[in-house]
Design a protein around this ligand. Structure first.
Ligand SMILES: NC(=O)c1ccc[n+]([C@@H]2O[C@H](COP(=O)([O-])OP(=O)(O)OC[C@H]3O[C@@H](n4cnc5c(N)ncnc54)[C@H](OP(=O)(O)O)[C@@H]3O)[C@@H](O)[C@H]2O)c1
Length: 305
Protein backbone atom coordinates (compact mmCIF):
# COMPACT_ATOMS: atom_id res chain seq x y z
CA UNK A 1 0.00 0.00 0.00
CA UNK A 2 1.09 3.60 -0.59
CA UNK A 3 1.03 5.39 2.77
CA UNK A 4 1.22 9.12 3.49
CA UNK A 5 2.46 9.66 7.06
CA UNK A 6 2.64 12.90 9.03
CA UNK A 7 4.95 12.98 12.06
CA UNK A 8 7.37 10.67 10.27
CA UNK A 9 10.37 11.86 12.34
CA UNK A 10 8.44 11.45 15.60
CA UNK A 11 8.50 8.75 18.25
CA UNK A 12 5.16 7.24 17.23
CA UNK A 13 5.28 8.03 13.50
CA UNK A 14 8.88 6.87 13.07
CA UNK A 15 8.12 3.54 14.71
CA UNK A 16 5.00 3.04 12.61
CA UNK A 17 7.01 3.87 9.46
CA UNK A 18 9.67 1.27 10.27
CA UNK A 19 6.99 -1.39 10.73
CA UNK A 20 5.10 -0.35 7.58
CA UNK A 21 8.28 -0.59 5.51
CA UNK A 22 9.12 -3.97 7.04
CA UNK A 23 5.62 -5.16 6.05
CA UNK A 24 6.23 -4.15 2.43
CA UNK A 25 4.32 -0.84 2.27
CA UNK A 26 5.81 2.32 0.75
CA UNK A 27 5.83 5.45 2.92
CA UNK A 28 5.91 9.14 2.01
CA UNK A 29 6.60 11.14 5.17
CA UNK A 30 5.84 14.78 5.89
CA UNK A 31 8.96 16.50 7.21
CA UNK A 32 9.58 20.14 8.13
CA UNK A 33 12.89 20.65 6.34
CA UNK A 34 15.17 18.92 3.87
CA UNK A 35 17.85 18.17 6.48
CA UNK A 36 15.38 16.08 8.43
CA UNK A 37 14.12 14.80 5.09
CA UNK A 38 17.57 13.30 4.50
CA UNK A 39 17.24 11.43 7.81
CA UNK A 40 13.95 9.97 6.63
CA UNK A 41 15.38 9.01 3.24
CA UNK A 42 18.14 7.05 5.01
CA UNK A 43 15.41 4.99 6.66
CA UNK A 44 13.63 4.30 3.38
CA UNK A 45 10.88 6.91 3.80
CA UNK A 46 10.32 9.27 0.86
CA UNK A 47 10.38 12.80 2.34
CA UNK A 48 7.67 15.33 1.54
CA UNK A 49 8.91 18.70 2.76
CA UNK A 50 6.13 20.75 4.34
CA UNK A 51 4.31 21.44 7.58
CA UNK A 52 0.83 20.92 8.93
CA UNK A 53 0.07 24.44 7.72
CA UNK A 54 0.63 23.37 4.09
CA UNK A 55 -2.96 22.23 3.78
CA UNK A 56 -2.69 21.89 0.00
CA UNK A 57 0.22 19.46 0.40
CA UNK A 58 -1.72 17.45 3.00
CA UNK A 59 -4.71 17.25 0.65
CA UNK A 60 -2.80 16.23 -2.47
CA UNK A 61 -0.63 13.68 -0.61
CA UNK A 62 -3.69 12.16 1.09
CA UNK A 63 -5.53 11.87 -2.24
CA UNK A 64 -2.52 10.24 -3.92
CA UNK A 65 -2.01 7.67 -1.14
CA UNK A 66 -4.02 4.53 -0.39
CA UNK A 67 -4.00 5.45 3.29
CA UNK A 68 -3.04 8.48 5.40
CA UNK A 69 -1.71 8.16 8.95
CA UNK A 70 -1.72 11.45 10.85
CA UNK A 71 0.62 11.20 13.84
CA UNK A 72 2.10 14.71 13.88
CA UNK A 73 -0.07 16.70 16.24
CA UNK A 74 -3.28 15.64 17.94
CA UNK A 75 -4.09 19.30 18.54
CA UNK A 76 -4.14 20.59 14.96
CA UNK A 77 -7.78 20.58 13.85
CA UNK A 78 -7.02 22.40 10.61
CA UNK A 79 -4.67 19.70 9.33
CA UNK A 80 -7.11 16.92 10.28
CA UNK A 81 -9.98 18.80 8.64
CA UNK A 82 -8.00 19.29 5.40
CA UNK A 83 -7.19 15.58 5.19
CA UNK A 84 -10.79 14.59 5.95
CA UNK A 85 -12.10 16.93 3.25
CA UNK A 86 -9.57 15.67 0.71
CA UNK A 87 -10.67 12.07 1.31
CA UNK A 88 -14.45 12.51 1.38
CA UNK A 89 -16.14 10.04 -0.96
CA UNK A 90 -12.89 8.20 -1.72
CA UNK A 91 -13.36 5.24 0.62
CA UNK A 92 -9.68 5.64 1.52
CA UNK A 93 -8.24 5.06 4.98
CA UNK A 94 -7.41 7.82 7.45
CA UNK A 95 -5.92 6.91 10.83
CA UNK A 96 -5.79 9.96 13.07
CA UNK A 97 -3.82 10.06 16.34
CA UNK A 98 -5.34 11.47 19.51
CA UNK A 99 -3.93 11.36 23.04
CA UNK A 100 -5.31 10.08 26.31
CA UNK A 101 -5.24 13.40 28.18
CA UNK A 102 -8.73 13.82 26.67
CA UNK A 103 -9.93 11.78 29.65
CA UNK A 104 -7.52 13.32 32.14
CA UNK A 105 -8.26 15.26 35.29
CA UNK A 106 -6.55 17.93 37.39
CA UNK A 107 -5.59 15.79 40.38
CA UNK A 108 -2.20 17.55 40.68
CA UNK A 109 -0.84 14.29 42.07
CA UNK A 110 -3.15 14.32 45.08
CA UNK A 111 -5.47 11.38 44.35
CA UNK A 112 -5.74 8.34 42.08
CA UNK A 113 -8.81 8.18 39.89
CA UNK A 114 -11.00 5.09 40.19
CA UNK A 115 -12.41 5.60 36.70
CA UNK A 116 -11.40 3.61 33.64
CA UNK A 117 -12.40 5.16 30.34
CA UNK A 118 -13.49 2.99 27.43
CA UNK A 119 -14.19 5.68 24.83
CA UNK A 120 -13.80 9.38 24.24
CA UNK A 121 -17.10 10.44 25.78
CA UNK A 122 -16.97 11.91 29.25
CA UNK A 123 -19.54 14.01 31.04
CA UNK A 124 -17.50 17.19 31.36
CA UNK A 125 -14.36 17.36 29.21
CA UNK A 126 -11.43 19.41 30.44
CA UNK A 127 -11.71 22.78 28.67
CA UNK A 128 -8.20 22.45 27.22
CA UNK A 129 -9.15 19.14 25.59
CA UNK A 130 -12.35 20.25 23.86
CA UNK A 131 -10.65 20.99 20.54
CA UNK A 132 -8.88 17.60 20.53
CA UNK A 133 -12.15 15.79 21.28
CA UNK A 134 -13.93 17.78 18.56
CA UNK A 135 -11.19 16.88 16.08
CA UNK A 136 -11.45 13.18 16.99
CA UNK A 137 -15.22 13.38 16.56
CA UNK A 138 -14.86 15.07 13.18
CA UNK A 139 -12.52 12.32 11.98
CA UNK A 140 -14.76 9.48 13.17
CA UNK A 141 -17.86 11.17 11.75
CA UNK A 142 -16.27 11.34 8.29
CA UNK A 143 -16.91 7.58 8.11
CA UNK A 144 -20.45 8.55 7.10
CA UNK A 145 -19.07 10.63 4.22
CA UNK A 146 -17.01 8.01 2.43
CA UNK A 147 -13.79 8.06 4.45
CA UNK A 148 -12.55 4.85 6.07
CA UNK A 149 -11.63 6.95 9.08
CA UNK A 150 -10.58 5.92 12.57
CA UNK A 151 -8.88 7.38 15.63
CA UNK A 152 -6.20 5.69 17.72
CA UNK A 153 -5.64 7.20 21.14
CA UNK A 154 -2.36 6.11 22.74
CA UNK A 155 -1.69 6.60 26.42
CA UNK A 156 1.77 7.62 27.71
CA UNK A 157 4.20 6.23 25.12
CA UNK A 158 7.49 4.75 26.29
CA UNK A 159 10.16 2.42 24.89
CA UNK A 160 12.79 2.87 22.23
CA UNK A 161 11.41 4.31 19.00
CA UNK A 162 12.49 2.78 15.71
CA UNK A 163 12.71 6.08 13.81
CA UNK A 164 14.56 9.40 14.04
CA UNK A 165 13.22 10.24 17.54
CA UNK A 166 13.89 7.34 19.87
CA UNK A 167 12.64 8.50 23.28
CA UNK A 168 9.62 10.44 24.55
CA UNK A 169 9.75 13.67 26.55
CA UNK A 170 7.39 13.01 29.46
CA UNK A 171 9.41 10.71 31.71
CA UNK A 172 12.66 12.30 30.50
CA UNK A 173 11.54 15.64 31.98
CA UNK A 174 11.26 13.93 35.37
CA UNK A 175 14.64 12.23 34.86
CA UNK A 176 16.23 15.68 34.31
CA UNK A 177 14.44 17.06 37.37
CA UNK A 178 15.76 14.16 39.48
CA UNK A 179 19.29 14.77 38.21
CA UNK A 180 19.05 18.45 39.17
CA UNK A 181 17.61 17.79 42.62
CA UNK A 182 19.51 14.61 43.43
CA UNK A 183 16.17 12.96 44.19
CA UNK A 184 13.38 11.55 42.02
CA UNK A 185 10.26 13.72 42.23
CA UNK A 186 6.60 13.57 41.31
CA UNK A 187 4.01 16.32 41.10
CA UNK A 188 2.26 16.71 44.48
CA UNK A 189 1.86 13.39 46.27
CA UNK A 190 2.35 11.45 43.00
CA UNK A 191 -0.76 9.37 43.67
CA UNK A 192 -2.11 9.99 40.18
CA UNK A 193 -2.11 7.04 37.80
CA UNK A 194 -1.34 6.94 34.10
CA UNK A 195 -2.01 4.17 31.63
CA UNK A 196 0.88 3.65 29.25
CA UNK A 197 1.84 1.92 26.04
CA UNK A 198 5.12 0.67 24.60
CA UNK A 199 5.85 2.46 21.32
CA UNK A 200 6.20 -0.81 19.40
CA UNK A 201 2.93 -2.20 20.76
CA UNK A 202 1.39 1.15 19.80
CA UNK A 203 2.72 0.90 16.24
CA UNK A 204 1.49 -2.71 15.96
CA UNK A 205 -2.04 -1.42 16.64
CA UNK A 206 -1.78 1.05 13.73
CA UNK A 207 -0.83 -1.72 11.33
CA UNK A 208 -3.71 -3.90 12.55
CA UNK A 209 -6.14 -0.97 12.29
CA UNK A 210 -4.95 -0.31 8.75
CA UNK A 211 -5.95 -3.84 7.87
CA UNK A 212 -8.97 -4.58 10.06
CA UNK A 213 -10.66 -1.59 11.71
CA UNK A 214 -14.20 -0.63 10.80
CA UNK A 215 -14.87 2.92 9.53
CA UNK A 216 -15.50 5.31 12.44
CA UNK A 217 -13.66 3.13 14.98
CA UNK A 218 -12.07 4.68 18.09
CA UNK A 219 -9.46 2.77 20.08
CA UNK A 220 -7.57 3.54 23.26
CA UNK A 221 -4.11 1.95 23.36
CA UNK A 222 -2.62 0.84 26.67
CA UNK A 223 -0.71 -2.15 28.02
CA UNK A 224 -0.43 -1.24 31.69
CA UNK A 225 -0.49 1.54 34.25
CA UNK A 226 1.57 2.98 37.09
CA UNK A 227 1.33 5.77 39.63
CA UNK A 228 3.84 8.62 39.43
CA UNK A 229 5.30 7.54 42.78
CA UNK A 230 6.15 4.18 41.17
CA UNK A 231 7.60 5.91 38.12
CA UNK A 232 9.66 8.29 40.28
CA UNK A 233 10.99 5.30 42.24
CA UNK A 234 12.05 3.66 38.95
CA UNK A 235 13.80 6.93 38.00
CA UNK A 236 15.59 6.80 41.36
CA UNK A 237 16.81 3.27 40.60
CA UNK A 238 17.85 4.31 37.08
CA UNK A 239 19.95 7.19 38.41
CA UNK A 240 21.24 5.35 41.50
CA UNK A 241 19.47 7.87 43.75
CA UNK A 242 17.44 5.33 45.71
CA UNK A 243 13.67 5.01 45.97
CA UNK A 244 12.92 7.83 48.40
CA UNK A 245 10.88 10.26 46.35
CA UNK A 246 10.38 14.01 46.73
CA UNK A 247 7.80 16.35 45.38
CA UNK A 248 7.49 19.27 42.98
CA UNK A 249 4.53 21.46 43.83
CA UNK A 250 1.96 21.77 41.07
CA UNK A 251 2.49 25.52 40.91
CA UNK A 252 6.23 24.99 40.36
CA UNK A 253 5.61 22.27 37.78
CA UNK A 254 3.44 24.74 35.85
CA UNK A 255 6.21 27.36 35.99
CA UNK A 256 8.82 24.86 34.88
CA UNK A 257 6.99 23.00 32.10
CA UNK A 258 3.92 25.11 31.35
CA UNK A 259 0.33 24.40 32.34
CA UNK A 260 -0.57 21.86 29.61
CA UNK A 261 2.30 19.51 30.48
CA UNK A 262 2.11 19.98 34.26
CA UNK A 263 -1.67 19.49 34.44
CA UNK A 264 -1.47 16.46 32.17
CA UNK A 265 1.35 14.75 34.08
CA UNK A 266 -0.13 15.64 37.48
CA UNK A 267 -3.52 14.23 36.47
CA UNK A 268 -4.92 10.75 36.06
CA UNK A 269 -5.46 9.03 32.73
CA UNK A 270 -6.68 5.45 33.12
CA UNK A 271 -7.99 3.66 30.07
CA UNK A 272 -9.10 0.27 28.86
CA UNK A 273 -7.98 -1.22 25.54
CA UNK A 274 -10.48 -4.07 25.64
CA UNK A 275 -12.08 -2.88 22.39
CA UNK A 276 -8.81 -2.73 20.42
CA UNK A 277 -7.84 -6.17 21.67
CA UNK A 278 -11.23 -7.70 20.84
CA UNK A 279 -11.79 -6.05 17.45
CA UNK A 280 -8.24 -5.93 16.08
CA UNK A 281 -6.78 -9.02 17.74
CA UNK A 282 -4.14 -6.68 19.16
CA UNK A 283 -1.86 -8.27 21.76
CA UNK A 284 0.47 -5.75 23.39
CA UNK A 285 3.27 -7.72 25.02
CA UNK A 286 6.36 -5.53 25.60
CA UNK A 287 7.86 -5.01 29.05
CA UNK A 288 6.31 -2.49 31.45
CA UNK A 289 7.13 1.20 31.73
CA UNK A 290 8.83 0.60 35.10
CA UNK A 291 11.17 -1.91 33.48
CA UNK A 292 11.78 0.49 30.57
CA UNK A 293 12.61 3.41 32.87
CA UNK A 294 15.12 1.38 34.81
CA UNK A 295 16.71 -0.74 32.07
CA UNK A 296 15.47 0.42 28.64
CA UNK A 297 15.10 3.55 26.53
CA UNK A 298 15.97 6.08 29.24
CA UNK A 299 19.17 4.28 30.23
CA UNK A 300 20.14 4.15 26.54
CA UNK A 301 19.32 7.85 26.06
CA UNK A 302 21.39 8.87 29.10
CA UNK A 303 24.31 6.72 27.93
CA UNK A 304 24.11 8.37 24.49
CA UNK A 305 24.18 11.81 26.19
N1 LIG B 1 4.28 10.42 23.11
C1 LIG B 1 3.18 10.19 23.81
O1 LIG B 1 3.23 9.77 24.97
C2 LIG B 1 1.84 10.41 23.18
C3 LIG B 1 0.73 9.79 23.73
C4 LIG B 1 -0.52 9.98 23.16
C5 LIG B 1 -0.65 10.82 22.09
N2 LIG B 1 0.43 11.44 21.59
C6 LIG B 1 0.22 12.35 20.46
O2 LIG B 1 0.73 11.75 19.30
C7 LIG B 1 1.35 12.72 18.48
C8 LIG B 1 2.78 12.27 18.19
O3 LIG B 1 3.44 12.00 19.38
P1 LIG B 1 4.98 11.66 19.39
O4 LIG B 1 5.32 11.23 20.76
O5 LIG B 1 5.35 10.80 18.25
O6 LIG B 1 5.59 13.12 19.19
P2 LIG B 1 7.00 13.57 18.64
O7 LIG B 1 8.01 12.52 18.84
O8 LIG B 1 7.24 14.93 19.18
O9 LIG B 1 6.73 13.68 17.07
C9 LIG B 1 5.91 14.65 16.51
C10 LIG B 1 6.09 14.58 15.01
O10 LIG B 1 5.24 15.51 14.37
C11 LIG B 1 6.01 16.44 13.63
N3 LIG B 1 5.36 17.74 13.69
C12 LIG B 1 4.95 18.40 14.78
N4 LIG B 1 4.37 19.56 14.44
C13 LIG B 1 4.43 19.62 13.09
C14 LIG B 1 4.01 20.59 12.13
N5 LIG B 1 3.42 21.72 12.51
N6 LIG B 1 4.25 20.33 10.83
C15 LIG B 1 4.85 19.17 10.44
N7 LIG B 1 5.26 18.22 11.29
C16 LIG B 1 5.05 18.46 12.61
C17 LIG B 1 7.38 16.42 14.29
O11 LIG B 1 8.35 16.92 13.41
P3 LIG B 1 9.80 17.42 13.92
O12 LIG B 1 10.65 16.19 13.97
O13 LIG B 1 10.22 18.40 12.92
O14 LIG B 1 9.60 18.01 15.30
C18 LIG B 1 7.51 14.94 14.56
O15 LIG B 1 7.77 14.23 13.37
C19 LIG B 1 1.26 14.05 19.24
O16 LIG B 1 0.14 14.75 18.80
C20 LIG B 1 1.02 13.64 20.65
O17 LIG B 1 0.23 14.57 21.35
C21 LIG B 1 1.68 11.24 22.09
Amino acid sequence: MKIFLTGATGLIGGTIAAKLLAAGHSVRGLVRDSERGALLAKKGIEPVVGTLDHLDTLSSEARAADATLNTANADNPFAADAIVNALKGSGKTLIHTSGSTIVGDHSAGEYPSATYHEDLRRPIPLPEKCSRIATDTLVCASATEGVRSMVLCPTLVYGTGLGVRTVGPQVMNFVKLAQERGQPCHIGAGKNIWSHIHVEDCADAYLLALEKAQPGAYYFLTNGEASWVEMAQAIGRLLGLGEKTGTIRNVDAVRRWGAPFAHAMGGNSRLSSAKAKAELGWKPHRKSILHDIEFGSFRQALAAG
